[in-house]
Ligand binder design. Sequence first.
Ligand code: SF4
Length: 681
Amino acid sequence: MSSPLDYCASRFQAKRRISREVLVGGVGVGGTNPIRIQSMTTTNTQDVEATVKQTLALAEAGCEIVRITAPNKKAAEALGEISKKVRAAKCDVPLVADIHFLPSAAMEAVKHVEKIRINPGNYADKKKFAVLEYTDAAYNEELERLHEAFSPIVLRCKELGRAMRIGTNHGSLSDRIMNRFGDSPLGMVESALEFIRIAESHNYQDICLSMKASNPKVMIEAYRLAVARMDQEAMNYTLHLGVTEAGDGEDARVKSAIGIGTLLNDGLGDTIRVSLTEDPIYEIPVARDLADKAMALWKQHEDIELSETTKDSIDPFTFQKRSTRVIELGNGCNIGGETVPAVIVKTHHSIDAIAPIIQEVCAAQMDLKDSKIEGLQVAIQHPEDLAHFASLHEALHTVVKAFVLELGTDVDLSDLETYEWPEDGLAGITLLQHIAQEDAFYAASFLQFCRDKGFNCAIDCNADALRDEIGVQLQPMGSENLILTRSSPADARHPVGSYRALAEAANDFVPDAPIWIRNTAENTLDPKSYFSDRLLESSILSGALLCDGIGDAISIETEPQLAKATTLAYNILQGARSRISKTEFVACPSCGRTLFDLQSVTRKIRSRTDHLKGVTIAIMGCIVNGPGEMADADFGYVGGAPAKINLYVGKECVKYNVPAAEALDRLIDLIKEHGKWVEPA
Ligand code: SF4
């Protein structure tokens, strides 16, 4: 399935998709309402006091909708008591019952809460991971059975004025859907559409939709496809965005920002949940920041007329890396082609303070084990700064693969031509110059100078300039030694749109020139704080582009600490599944079904296994949903019963009821048996 399907007003400007508003209690979701923040309790639902306490704490922290699991009828009944106590505390936050398998639990819960969440993959549908063949007749028969099983809760929601989320998760699809569409974004979308059509057949439309996955690329494609398919069927339901099983700490925030932020940049999303394997209270500020940034962007673009469609050659529903030529960055490090994106790190020290730069680089290399800085970016503000470069090069050229010299406007070609460049490691030098439209001839001379010297040439310009005189000058020269980048967005575009436009212009003039994604102060709304701004905005800009297949190198220039900027760059590349440098953890956020302390167990597992490059480990709280939702993990650690763990290889359970105290050692044994273990350095 590809491009003729539209899914947003513009991929170059942030125009909000106006969906059909749904009322969840007194909270309007969708339409022109603000993006609503939601979260989920992690207490045992039948522990009414604890659940009420956590609900009130979430509401106090700014959570606008609170979800509570209802795994069985007793838990669903407890929702009645929870609701009464929450209202008695003068809190009117809407409550949502999270239902998976049991229609009976749904029918009870709907009496007490403002909204029901149904997972089409397991609500009254079969999921036994069986490979079954469905003929058309058998498929339709199942659909009719589903119609009968799902209709009662739809009619009850309609009668009581309750909203409903049809929430599909990757890896949690019914056998019937898997058989026809595979475990794919298309399968997720079609599964939800079947349920929507049943709801609509009863004239019920208070619906919200979600398409979550732990892999942001899958999640982004699924939501886009959902909108495109809804448009085809004249549906306009609200979207609840989330990356599921994102894990904890920086990695989880990065993954959530990539998935949720990319879609918000596209103008999609009415309510969001950031899933963290942490106290749910910590989800709220992350979600708030993401929502505020998106709404600020939408506001900025509200009054700007939609520009004429810029050509867009990217298929937003299927990942494909933009084809680029290989360029030798230095000391055996290439960028472009099939090479994983390189990490360039900017030092914020001036070049005349060489000692701190050296200390910083060495400390960063130590911290990062095998993840090294590939390009060290240093500002050369004035011609006299060039004098310091020789000693910097001498000290670091065996540690740093390449130097990127960011030339100030005072430094011109004559300074570069008269400078005595170091003799070794010249291939590891890239000169970076900001080029304005009127400097087209200079751009060509600059590229030629770099080629003559054996340097690479990074040109920082906007798409319009590249489409105009600069493109005219560069086109006949081809893309040899040329890297393109953009340090600030062009007018009326957001940074992601600005890079997308640059990639399109590059395709027309210098088709295979690699693109370097620069996260600069000008490319962000506000880079003040690390967690609220620098981490989120770098993840959104870089992640959105990497998930589009754009980007051969990245730099986080808003982060002044070299080690932190390097780690963040690697974490973003890992989050976008563009470059795997450590173990990937898929951890559920926990809920009332959880059978062990997810936060401490996740920390323990991480402390012994986080050096396993290329291995994905899922840590899931229960066997009800865990095995289905751990999607593409290599190994799974899943709560099987109280104090007992089931261990999985892929989707197959290979050890049942392992005592919790031994389970981590047995998991490591399994990783060893499958040849994926390496001893930590
Ligand atoms: S996998 Fe985790 S979050 Fe999902 S239902 Fe089980 S315990 Fe709850």
